[in-house]
Design a protein around this ligand. Sequence first.
Ligand code: MF3
Ligand code: CO
Ligand code: CO
Length: 289
Amino acid sequence: MQTRPQLRPGPLSPRRKVPRTIARPSYALLGEPGPTSPPRARTAEELANMRIASDIASEALAAAAAAIAPGVVTDALDEAAHETMIARGAYPSTLNYRGYPKSTCISINEVICHGIPDLRTELCDGDIVTIDVTAYYGGVHGDLNQTFAVGEVDQHAKDLMEATRRALEAGIAAVRPGGQTRDVGKAIEKVVRKRFGIVHQFGGHGIGPDFHDGLHIQHNYDRRGTERFFPGQTLTIEPMLTLGSPDARVWEADGWTAVTIDGSRCAQEEQTLLVTEDGAEVLTTHVPH
Ligand code: MF3
Ligand code: CO
Ligand code: CO
């Protein structure tokens, strides 16, 4: 196995185009999402469109994942996801969200989240890579991500990815109306059993007409998470687990790329959920690893 070149910001492809006929979120033009809305149940129409947005994001994630191979640049994955979203009439939610320049986040190894796909960074045999896709359709967003192996990865990476999947499952199983947001982190800590770091500087979020609304989900246990779930809410759970330190810092060079402070690898899994009368329903669908 060759050694991977150090990760660093690379040149970006020209700004991707979205057909004029595709409806855009309010921030698409100037980059600012505006005030966040208070929590409320989704209407039947919002929910119907969230199912479609989530399905489109899932299909785009699968398209990007299908392009994974050693030697492929991260921009190629972004392009595959972008083309899938616009072909289905969706706007890639990350494009110009708070100025973010691309249609996906692609995060390799020690990158926790918000890696910016570029024209120079190649996937290498032995890497793990998280692809995060959000689609905007019918006035609402659907958001998911998953970590994949590039070629053959070591046992530490396999264990990390497996634990991350289980963390997401445990988090989802902990959601019920009347329950508290801190139940999620509690359930995740229980399955992680201190074997891995749990990133605490980024969390899950309410999602719907806003990409990120006022609801925050911590993935580690925090007793302050006393807000209660109610039926009709929609949110993401997206645990990030590390092989070393759970602490993150953001690259100064681009203001986005979040890495572990000790360079240890990180895996993530995210789905968009609906709080039902007796638990949670997953609106996004994962692709096989
Ligand atoms: N999709 C990410 C999430 O799970 C957010 C990406 S925002 C961006 O919440 F601006 F970095 F793209
Ligand atoms: Co999210
Ligand atoms: Co996401």
